[in-house]
Write a protein that binds this ligand. Structure first.
Ligand code: ARG
Length: 583
């Protein structure tokens, strides 16, 4: 198998052809065909909605323009019917033999005919937990959604740099080092942080209650910033312990982050004095009551005046914003990013917008390199309030994953009591973790979402168990046939409407992939795969495969099943959702 197929993205193809016809009909060169997948079969497979806007610009009756465009449209052999509908919509019905050819070509390609993009260097900032703090549910969305985006971009051939912007710097490290020192003295070298949360809390308590401790902590902040050897080593230890713990979570989650991807806040520390000096020199930053501030017209304070963004405090300390200014500059200068994407919750939007406004004004990153905030809402409990334990504490990720596993184990054991223990364990992992991830991925990321065990573990609807089960069903059809691809020598023929609908949907995989790559919206992929699974069910119900009337029909249908199973598997893989061959 190779990937030299005809490589047709139907949407791109139709958009190009229709735009060409529009220009030939007198439309300006920048006209947009506005091609969409049709929502209803009676409107064809695709529709073009751009005629009305152009007709207005040309001062022409829209239906007349539509007719003219259709007469100039060269889609012979691609569309079997083209209708003008309503005020001037163009509805396109794809040709069945053309669809069948495309299916053949996708089957022959080891990447399902998905074309590679012009490779860009794309930095993706995601996960970003904080040192000496447990990763909590707030970091889950960034980790899961960011990883799906990364997988998708890599699949398209981009050079993706995973940037785990770990919170590993700041004045709290004096206190943390002092506390690490204290427990090392008490407990010896073999330090295991059972609970980072407790560690942080205890450090804070010591700091608040013990003046000697607080004094030491303050001196350690200064020493750490001055590069003192001992403090550096203690700091490194804290980072290592935290990231070792987080790595376990990444591995359990089947997330592709590794230790090499850590690019924490500390990385930019040495750049900060230079940034502040440069912003002053450029006249962007000014001194105000001892602090250094950038006033931005783009943002207003409560009094309606330009908002002041502090980049260095009176005591010399730098801020989160200063770090993000340096960080964006670094990603462009050093990492040579063509595009930078940040998966951070929506509450940090203003922070990023301010940092980037300064970055652009200072000319650190040219406008041609997009800085994108792919924000997301909060994870809520069933009561619609921020997701918490019953006692009101933050939920630890490890506990959440343990519960996912336990629930999946019970669910699967109930359905399948004879499953050997080791298979049950594997399956519980795949389904339980898959359910947590898929629940997040399948919701539009911009809104808050309700974390609900029963919904995410249901075997019906747009859930991981449903999708994983659908995959095993399709895969098993193929296995039961005993056929390999080599045996499937006959052509794909699309007769029944269920066959054509399934074929058309299969060929839209690339559209889902490119949308996710562009917008960072994995829910589009989930919706696509779910729809595909549902179309397969109805195809399976109406079109006997193994008991088809004739061998050619059997072969054609097996090919559709094969492409469906490969598309489901590839799509779920891009989401970071594992599949099994039987469940
Ligand atoms: N560590 C931060 C937090 O837990 C998130 C960092 C996101 N990335 C960035 N470049 N600011 O809120």
């Amino acid at each position: 198998m190779g990937d030299k197929g005809i490589q047709v993205n139907i949407h791109t193809l139709l958009s190009t052809k229709i735009s060409q016809a529009m220009v030939a009909a007198g439309a300006p060169a920048d006209c947009e065909a506005q091609v969409r997948q049709s929502a209803k079969a009676q409107f064809g497979d695709y529709q073009a909605n751009g005629i009305m806007a152009i007709a207005k610009r040309l001062g022409m009756p829209p239906r007349q323009l539509a007719e003219k465009v259709v007469s100039l449209l060269e889609l012979d052999g691609i569309a079997e019917m083209i209708d003008v509908a309503g005020p001037g919509f163009i509805n396109l019905f794809l040709d069945k033999s053309w669809l069948a050819e495309q299916v053949e070509s996708a089957i022959a390609s080891d990447r399902l005919n998905i074309s590679r993009a012009d490779p860009q260097t794309i930095v993706v900032d995601y996960s970003a937990p904080n040192v000496a703090k447990e990763m909590h549910v707030g970091h889950v969305r960034s980790t899961i959604i960011g990883d799906a985006a990364v997988r998708t971009l890599e699949f398209l051939g981009h050079n993706v740099i995973r940037a785990n912007h770990v919170g590993d710097w700041g004045t709290q490290f004096g206190m943390l080092i002092a506390y690490l020192e204290k427990i090392q003295n008490d407990e010896g070298e073999e330090l295991q942080l059972a609970s980072l949360e407790e560690f942080y809390r205890a450090a804070k308590k010591n700091y608040d209650e013990d003046e000697g401790f607080a004094e030491r902590a303050r001196s350690y902040v200064v020493k750490l910033q001055g590069g003192d050897d001992y403090c550096r080593r203690m700091w490194r230890k804290l980072v290592d312990i935290t990231m070792a713990q987080n790595q376990k979570v990444y591995d359990r989650l089947n997330v592709t982050l590794s230790r090499n991807d850590v690019m924490g806040e500390s990385l930019y520390n040495d750049m900060l004095p230079g940034i502040v000096a440069d912003l002053k020199q450029k006249g962007l930053a000014v001194s105000s009551e001892g602090a250094t501030v950038v006033y931005l017209d783009e943002f207003k304070n409560k009094e309606g005046e330009p908002m002041g963004v502090i980049i260095q405090k009176k005591d010399g300390a730098y801020l989160y914003t200063t770090t993000d200014i340096a960080c964006a500059k670094y990603r462009y200068d050093v990492l040579k990013a063509d595009r930078v994407i940040y998966y951070i919750d929506s509450r940090q939007h203003q922070h990023l917008a301010q940092a980037w406004t300064i970055v652009r004004k200072a000319g650190y990153v040219p406008e041609s390199v997009p800085l994108e905030h792919h924000m997301f809402g909060m994870m809520l409990g069933k009561d619609g309030k921020p997701f918490k334990t019953r006692a009101g504490g933050t939920i630890k990720l490890t506990d959440l994953l343990d519960e996912a596993l336990e629930r999946a184990r019970q669910l699967i054991a109930a359905k399948n009591p004879d499953l050997p223990a080791d298979e049950l364990e594997t399956l519980a992992g795949v389904v339980g973790i898959g359910a947590v991830k898929y629940a997040d991925l399948s919701k539009s990321r911009t809104t808050d979402y309700i974390f609900d065990w029963d919904n995410m573990l249901a075997f019906e609807g747009n859930t991981a168990p449903y999708m994983q089960y659908a995959y095993t069903r399709v895969a098993s059809v193929f296995k039961r046939s005993g056929a390999g691809l080599e045996q499937l020598t006959g052509p794909v023929v699309l007769n029944a409407p269920e066959e054509s609908l399934l074929a058309a949907r299969l060929l839209q995989f690339e559209e889902a992939v490119t949308t996710v790559a562009r917008d960072g919206t994995p829910h589009v992929m989930c919706a696509y795969l779910y729809d595909l699974a549902v179309l397969f069910s109805s195809f399976y119900e109406h079109c006997p495969i193994l008991n088809a009337d004739s061998e050619p029909v059997r072969q054609s249908r097996l090919k559709l099943a094969l492409l469906t199973s490969r598309t489901l598997k590839q799509g779920l893989d891009l989401l970071g959702i594992q599949t099994v061959e039987r469940m």
